[in-house]
Design a binder for this molecule. Structure first.
Ligand code: PRP
Length: 187
């Protein structure tokens, strides 16, 4: 059984309308910044997929999309040890390309730091980051963020790509979790 989100939500942090409005602004900004250039958007799976698909619809310069998946070795508290590995790599060369990495959330920064370190070795023309959420107070390693949708406090969040035990990514809004009410899926 998977619990209904209505049973554990604390409050709606960003509504569908707020998210989509911010994405339109980001799309306009990115389109201006990359005017006259072509873009390679690198979506970090799985959380980044909703944001990426909505964001690219708002970008007017020619672009291609690639996907990468990264996983932390540790879970829970051990995640902060910062060991990450690439579980799905890009299919194409990024040499001489303008690369924009798209993430749903940056927390400790370890995931992105590893991705940036790897992609830098492949000689892109430029390499920048766009994240929907920036949980800045949790940062353990500095990561350069060119585009950020919303800075957020240290809330436990779900929806719009962000999961709780792999569920709820499909919700069009972002909510905060009341951990006293959340029950992990069984079976
Ligand atoms: C989340 C998120 C980022 C990462 C951020 O992914 O999508 O990739 O954590 O955390 P960090 O800044 O502390 O490294 P997660 O590992 O939950 O995988 P998912 O995207 O498949 O849900």
């Amino acid at each position: 059984m998977v619990q209904a989100w209505q049973d554990f939500i604390d409050f709606t942090l960003f509504s569908e309308e707020q998210i989509q409005a911010r994405i339109r602004e980001l799309g306009e900004q990115i389109s201006r910044d990359y005017a006259g250039k072509e873009l390679l958007v690198v979506c970090i799976l799985r959380g980044g997929v909703m944001f990426t698909t909505d964001l690219i619809k708002q970008i007017t310069v020619p672009l291609a999309v690639e996907f990468m998946a990264v996983s932390s070795y540790g879970v829970g508290a051990r995640k902060s040890e910062g060991e990450v590995r690439i579980t799905l790599d890009l299919n194409t060369s990024i040499a001489k390309k303008h690369v924009l990495i798209v993430e749903d959330i940056i927390d400790s920064g370890h995931t992105l730091a590893s991705v940036i370190e790897l992609l830098k070795t492949r000689d892109p023309a430029s390499l920048y980051v766009c994240t929907l959420l920036d949980k800045y107070s949790r940062r353990e390693v500095e990561v350069p963020i060119r585009y950020a949708g919303f800075p957020i406090e240290n809330h436990f969040v779900f929806g719009y790509g962000l999961d709780m035990d792999e569920y709820y990514r499909n919700l069009p809004f972002i909510g905060t979790v009341n951990l006293d009410k959340y029950v992990p899926p069984s079976g």
